[in-house]
Design a protein around this ligand. Structure first.
Ligand code: ADP
Ligand code: GLC
Length: 495
């Protein structure tokens, strides 16, 4: 749906270049891909001229991609690397893929499970600098370079150095930090591949405890910084959630804004979702019972409608508090609930999670791996959705859970604070349950509270489901916020 002409920004369309390491539907390991897949489309709907540059991973489906007659030479310090360029235009967004067999034709995006490729600096310098080279090759010069996470964070450094006096030098940069825990820190010997002089290897720019830090370079050089929730924007200005970058974030806090992610309602809609066994709307939400039963049967859980079902869909990593959940599980299962976990990531955690079904047959089920289909079925079929995150910059899982009427049980951190309204026993208001201390006891207590409400306050729980399903996190609103940030960044850059 297009925005009415009167709501569109006036004047020539603002040109925006997104640079990112993953995007739906081409490559995804987490929420970053959902954002990069959806925000540019919402921006194009607003009338912006939007391009996205991604790595041409071997796993990207080539169907419908057009090979451009461009041989892309990317300076990488002591040498130059050459790549090919593929393009696809989707919903008015031109998506470009940089192909480089050696860098991107590998079985994983960043490295084998639990590990990282040793040449990731080169792989993502190629992406970032390559994206800027592509602008020269196509003579299309953006007003805004929007870099996502450490993979693209060096682009703003180039705009202030090697590109300062080229037509790209007029572009303002925006770096969105989706997760400050991932910093792109590499041995100092790799600095030359950036093509930047050692004068950039100082504690004010790219040097971080003797390593070269791509994220730190981006934090220092971006015109404006954003992160994916207001609470996280505040949290990363101090320890521990600043993960060592808190000093930099405080230094630049006047240029830091938190903007919540949205949901792609075309994909995440229980009324049309092709993955779920029974479709439902806010009005017909009682049909969720059929989704619950189908989920229970699919995973070998006892098909009891009256037993609360707690779901989780997650990357298995320290960030997600899965270790705390595993410790809390005996207490949680004592509450007479069922638990289902879908998770991929850390191999040791995958192994632990896989064993749950055997330990508590009929009451706990787990699937190790990545499954879009099962993820949707868990959002639709669970009564409550677990996110005991250690930190959560934005979080999309809880937004999908809300949309599907599964009430989130969350640790009060980052975007979870900003998007889940905690239950008020007196009024019945709220959309989920929050707890503060990341301990097995506090998590089990929160699960106990949700279970208590399920059995003793069913009208509250149903009202909360309704409120949750009606809560809107629209990409159009977020795109409008980013647009304001872009205008601000341009004023800062161009005066
Ligand atoms: P993060 O990006 O930190 O992993 P988010 O909550 O922002 O956390 O986004 C996670 C996204 O990845 C959601 O779209 C969620 O449904 C999806 N996801 C995570 N793990 C899996 C999995 N094992 N199978 C399917 N989808 C998953
Ligand atoms: C990161 C964060 C997550 C956020 C996502 C998209 O992966 O961990 O909280 O929702 O990026 O911004």
């Amino acid at each position: 749906m297009s925005q009415p002409a009167s709501d569109r920004p006036e004047g020539p369309a603002l040109k925006v270049l997104h640079i990112a390491s993953e995007s739906v539907p081409y490559a995804k390991t987490g929420g970053l891909a959902d954002v990069v897949g959806a925000l540019p489309i919402a921006q194009a709907r607003m009338g912006l001229d939007v391009r996205v540059v991604l790595p041409g991973y071997g796993s990207v489906n080539r169907q419908g991609l057009e090979k451009l007659p461009i041989a892309l030479g990317v300076p990488m310090g002591p040498r130059e690397e050459w790549g090919a360029v593929l393009r696809r235009v989707d919903q008015d967004v031109a998506v470009f893929f940089l192909e480089h067999d050696h860098f991107y034709n590998r079985p994983w995006l960043y490295g084998p499970p639990g590990d990282a490729f040793g040449d990731n600096l080169e792989r993502f310098v190629f992406l970032s600098r390559g994206a800027l080279q592509l602008c020269h090759a196509t003579q299309w010069f953006p007003d805004i370079v929007h870099a996502h996470d450490w993979h693209a964070a060096i682009a703003p450094v180039y705009l202030n150095s090697v590109e300062r006096t080229t037509p790209l030098g007029r572009a303002a940069s925006v770096l969105t930090i989706h997760n400050i825990d991932f910093q792109g820190n590499f041995p100092a010997e790799q600095m030359p591949y950036t093509g930047l002089g050692w004068e950039h290897f100082t504690f004010l720019e790219m040097e971080y405890h003797g390593k070269v830090s791509l994220l730190k370079g981006g934090i220092a050089h971006s015109t404006v910084l954003t992160t994916v929730s207001p609470t996280y924007a505040w949290e990363i200005q101090s320890s521990p959630l600043g993960q060592g970058m808190e000093g930099m974030m405080r230094e630049r806090h006047d240029f830091l804004v938190g903007i919540l992610n949205g949901i792609d309602y075309a994909i995440w809609n229980p009324e049309t979702d092709p993955y779920i066994p029974v479709r439902y709307s806010v009005e017909t939400r009682s049909s969720r019972a059929a989704c619950k039963e189908a989920l229970q049967r699919r995973l070998g859980l006892e098909p009891h409608p009256g037993t609360p079902l707690l779901g989780m869909v997650t990357r298995l990593s320290w960030q997600k508090g899965i270790d705390v959940l595993l410790e809390a599980l005996p207490r949680i299962l004592d509450l007479d609930v069922q638990v289902v976990i879908l998770g991929a990531g850390d191999p040791a955690l995958e192994k632990e999670v896989s064993a749950l079904g055997e330990r508590w047959p009929g009451r706990a089920a787990s699937v190790a791996g990545y499954s879009e289909e099962l993820a949707h079925q868990i959002y639709a079929g669970s009564d409550f959705f677990l996110m005991p995150s250690r930190f959560e910059p934005g979080g999309l899982g809880q937004l999908y859970a809300l949309r599907y009427g599964s009430l989130p049980i969350v640790r009060a951190t980052g975007g979870l604070v900003d998007t889940v309204q905690c239950y008020e026993e007196k009024t019945g208001e709220g959309t989920g349950f929050a707890f503060n201390d990341l301990t097995p006891g506090a998590l089990a207590d929160a699960a106990g509270w949700a279970t208590w409400a399920f059995h003793n306050r069913p009208s509250h729980v149903d009202g909360m489901r309704k409120a949750a399903m009606l809560t809107r996190f629209s990409w159009d609103d977020s795109a409008q916020r980013y647009f304001e940030v872009y205008r601000w960044a341009l004023r800062l850059r161009r005066g």
